[in-house]
Every structure is written in C-alpha cells, then in structure tokens.
Design a protein around this ligand. Sequence first.
Ligand code: NAD
Length: 358
Amino acid sequence: MSYDPSALALVPFVSVENMMRLVHSVGVERFITDLAATIEEDFRRWPLFDKTPRVASHSSEGVIELMPTSDGQAYGFKYVNGHPKNAKEGRQTVTAFGVMAEVDTGYPVLISEMTILTALRTAAMSALAAKHLGPANPRTMAIIGNGAQSEFQALGFKALCGITHLRLYDIDPSASARCARNLAQSGLSITLCNSAQDAVEGADILTTVTADKQNATILSDNMVGSGQHINAVGGDCPGKTELHSDILHRAEIFVEYTPQTRIEGEIQQLDPEHPVTELWQVIAGERAGRNSDRQVTLFDSVGFAVEDFSALRFVRSILPETGFYENLDLLADPDDPRDLFGMLTRAKTRAPEVLAAQ
Ligand code: NAD
C-alpha cells in the first residue's frame, strides 16, 4: 500500500499481523536498537513532555491503564492491561494498543497494536538503561521469569549491550524451555537453571520479569553481588514487587518518572524521600550513572508513557517505506464540517452496495 498522508480522514492502522511484518522487514534486533535510539532521543528532551503517572483502574485480578503524553507537536497514549492470571487461561498477561495524534488539529495520525510493540519497547528501554548504568562489557544475563517478554529482553541486551550468554529460570520449566527454543538460532548460548539462586551465578546483569500480583521476593539481598546491574521489570503495580527491600538500600536506584515509580515500582517499599535518579538525567548528562565497578545499580522499570510515545513515533516514521498498515475510516469527514447530520442523512439514501463498497 502506498503511503498517502493527504488522505486526512483516513487513519493508518497497524494490526498485529502488520506489526509482525514490519518487525521482520527490519529485523528484531535492528528494530529494538532503532527504537532504543528513538527513546534515547526523547529522553534527551524529557522536560518538553507533558508527564503524569498513568491512570490505573485496579481490580483483584489485574489492572487496566491509560498512559498519555505529548511533546507539544504530537500526542500519544497507550491502553494496556496487566493480568497475571490470564496466562493460565490462554490469554496474554499484557496486551495493548496505542494512538498518536497531531496536537494542532487533534486528529489521530496512527493507531497501532502495542502488545508486540510493548515487548519491543520494554526490551529497548531495559537495554538502554543497562547501556548507561550497567557494568562495562557485560557478557552474561540471568533472566528470571521466562514468559512473553523474555525473548525480547534477551535480544535487546544482545543487540545493545553485547550479552552473549543467558541463564534462564522460571517456576514453570516449560517456559524456560520455550524461551531457549525460540532463541536457539539467536547466537546466544543458553543455560537452563534450577532456581533463581542458580540463575544469578556469575551474571553481570540480573533481569527479573515475573508476573504475580503480590510482593514477591524473586531476588534476596544475598543473591546480588557487587558490580551487578539489576533490571527489575515485573514489579510494575501497587502491591506487585520482585526484590527484597534490603537490595533497595544497597543499590543506586534509577527510575523513569519518579511520581509513577513511587506508586508502582520496587521503591513503593521505601520511604517516599529515599533518593532516586531519573534515567533521563543520566542520558542527558545532568547526573552521574554508575560511579564504580563495584556499585550495584538498579533500573526500577515500570514502563512510562514517553517510551510508548517513542515507540509510536518510531513505527510511524518507518510506515512510508514499508507500507505495512491499512487505512481506517475512523473520522467523520463531511464536505461541510458543520453538516455532520446531513452526511448521516445522505448515507441513508445511498444503496447498501454503495455503502458496502466505501
Ligand atoms: P508472562 O505471564 O508471559 O510471564 C511471566 C513468567 O513469570 C511466567 O512464565 C511465570 O511462570 C513466571 N513466574 C511467575 N512467578 C515466578 C517466580 N516466583 N519465579 C520465577 N518465575 C516466575 O508475563 P510477561 O508478559 O512476560 O510480563 C512479565 C512481567 O513484566 C509482568 O509482571 C508484567 O506486568 C511486567 N511488564 C513490565 C513492563 C515494564 O515496562 N516494566 C512491560 C511489560 C511487562
């Protein structure tokens, strides 16, 4: 399909099928690398963005969230859920879609699936954080929790940080086996581990990406050695954490947007005054990242709206060259903008086959 930005009332829509085509046309690692570069660019201009903690609707089984932001030119939001029980029922724990709109007209310019895109952007964000905060030349990463996000995390760290070896652990061994199978051609060497303790042995980077709606202890203090970088991804809701609080008192903590992470991240376990650094400050050169090779650094990831904005912006930028989208008839477009009712009336008199063909 040719890209026609002049078709103002038609909104490009990237379905799951087209997102998969788009990712394959670029290559997964290249896609994550380029997306990370877009996030990095947006984090450098962080003060420009409208920022608010996401709007969350909690239930006993999960959460549904809206994540809006704008850079003054474009506006974006993501709808996303988090339901750990879904996997047992054959559904995704996390599923999402997003919208980007022009600020000057308010017209949407992109609608996209964001379940796959969220996994890609979370991997890009995690690996970007580790590039800025992690130990020099990391080679081995432990991944605890080998569900939907795990392969993306692995490939992101391979592409951006040079990880060559993975140590996998999941309470469900079949999840680790699937992850290893999916990554068999990736060039990563993979060890399946019997416990989280076993998985962290010799790792430079510890990624926790489990799903459980509780304050879990996936890592305890004795499991974390000096110089390691922790990429804590799974604790992203009130009452849902992965790290023992002793680790938080030892580590230098980096967050996305402090007001949201205080509510949702590992640091919900700490005093609200406990010092943390926002990652954008490190990326923009305003604050130091790691200050020694013995320091324990922690990226307390929860996922913030600016990253999703970057992801939509990146997808939009590569649509013209790839064409993997369809146009949606989403916006009413009467010839006379005030004659909305007239348009409706005229539609009634049109033959059904004419309406069907439009
Ligand atoms: P998933 O349900 O597909 O996978 C979770 C895996 O964790 C499962 O395989 C499960 O068996 C395993 N697990 C649960 N408890 C465990 C434990 N105690 N020890 C080891 N493994 C355990 O979920 P997913 O889509 O991969 O998401 C994982 C987590 O990441 C979720 O909590 C989700 O909310 C979160 N997430 C965060 C971000 C972010 O930006 N920070 C983005 C996406 C997802």
